[in-house]
Ligand binder design. Structure first.
Ligand SMILES: Cc1cc2nc3c(=O)[nH]c(=O)nc-3n(C[C@H](O)[C@H](O)[C@H](O)COP(=O)(O)O)c2cc1C
Length: 152
C-alpha cells in the first residue's frame, strides 16, 4: 500500500466527535469491522479511539479518497458535534499497518501524556481538544506509545 506513494500524495484528517448514544463493545466492533473492510479497499489507514462517549479518529490516505470518506463518516447519525482538528498533507503514513486500528487507551493513560495531564485529568473529552493538543496526542501514538494496545 505504501511502496508507490510519493510526497504530496498523502493527507491525514483528524477529527473528534461525540457519540449520539454510548456504544456497546459489540457496536464498536461492528463499526470497526465495516470500517476496516471499506478502508482496505480504499487504501485508507488510521486509528480510532473511543473513550466515554467520544471519538478521536485519524484517517490517512490519498486526498481524493480521504475527503469523500470523511464526508460520509460525518453524515453518520451515530455521532455528532464533529470538530475538525488537523487536515494536512503528510510525508508518510504513521499507521500503515492498520486499515483502522483501535487503541484501547484509558483516560488515566491519556492523562499521563506530557502536556495533556491537566486536560484529561479534568474529565474533558476529545471534542474539547484543540489542534495543539491533538498534535500532542497524535505524537504519542507516532512515537509508538501504547502500540501493543492497538488492535486490528
Ligand atoms: C466514529 C465513526 C468512525 C467511522 N470510521 C469509518 C471508517 O474509517 N471507514 C469507513 O468506511 N466507515 C467508517 N464509519 C462508518 C461510516 O459512517 C458508514 O456507516 C460505513 O462506511 C458504511 O457505509 P456504506 O453503507 O456506504 O458501506 C465510521 C463511523 C463512525 C460513527
Amino acid at each position: 500500500m505504501t511502496s508507490d506513494e510519493s510526497v504530496g500524495d498523502l493527507v491525514h484528517y483528524i477529527y473528534a466527535s461525540a457519540a449520539t448514544e454510548e456504544f456497546t463493545p459489540e457496536e464498536l466492533d461492528e463499526l470497526l469491522s465495516v470500517a476496516r473492510w471499506n478502508n482496505e479497499e480504499l487504501g485508507v489507514t488510521g486509528m480510532l479511539l473511543y473513550e466515554k462517549g467520544s471519538f478521536f479518529q485519524i484517517l490517512e490516505g490519498r486526498p481524493e479518497v480521504v475527503g469523500p470518506l470523511y464526508e460520509k463518516i460525518s453524515a453518520d447519525k451515530r455521532h455528532s458535534k464533529l470538530i475538525k482538528l488537523i487536515f494536512e498533507p503528510i510525508e508518510a503514513r504513521s499507521f500503515a499497518n492498520w486499515s483502522m486500528g483501535r487503541a484501547a487507551v484509558s483516560t488515566k493513560q491519556l492523562s499521563e501524556i506530557e502536556g495533556l495531564n491537566d486536560f484529561f485529568q479534568s474529565g474533558r473529552c476529545f471534542t474539547e481538544l484543540d489542534d495543539g493538543r491533538a498534535k500532542k496526542l497524535l505524537q504519542s501514538f507516532k512515537e509508538g506509545r501504547w502500540r501493543a494496545a492497538i488492535g486490528e
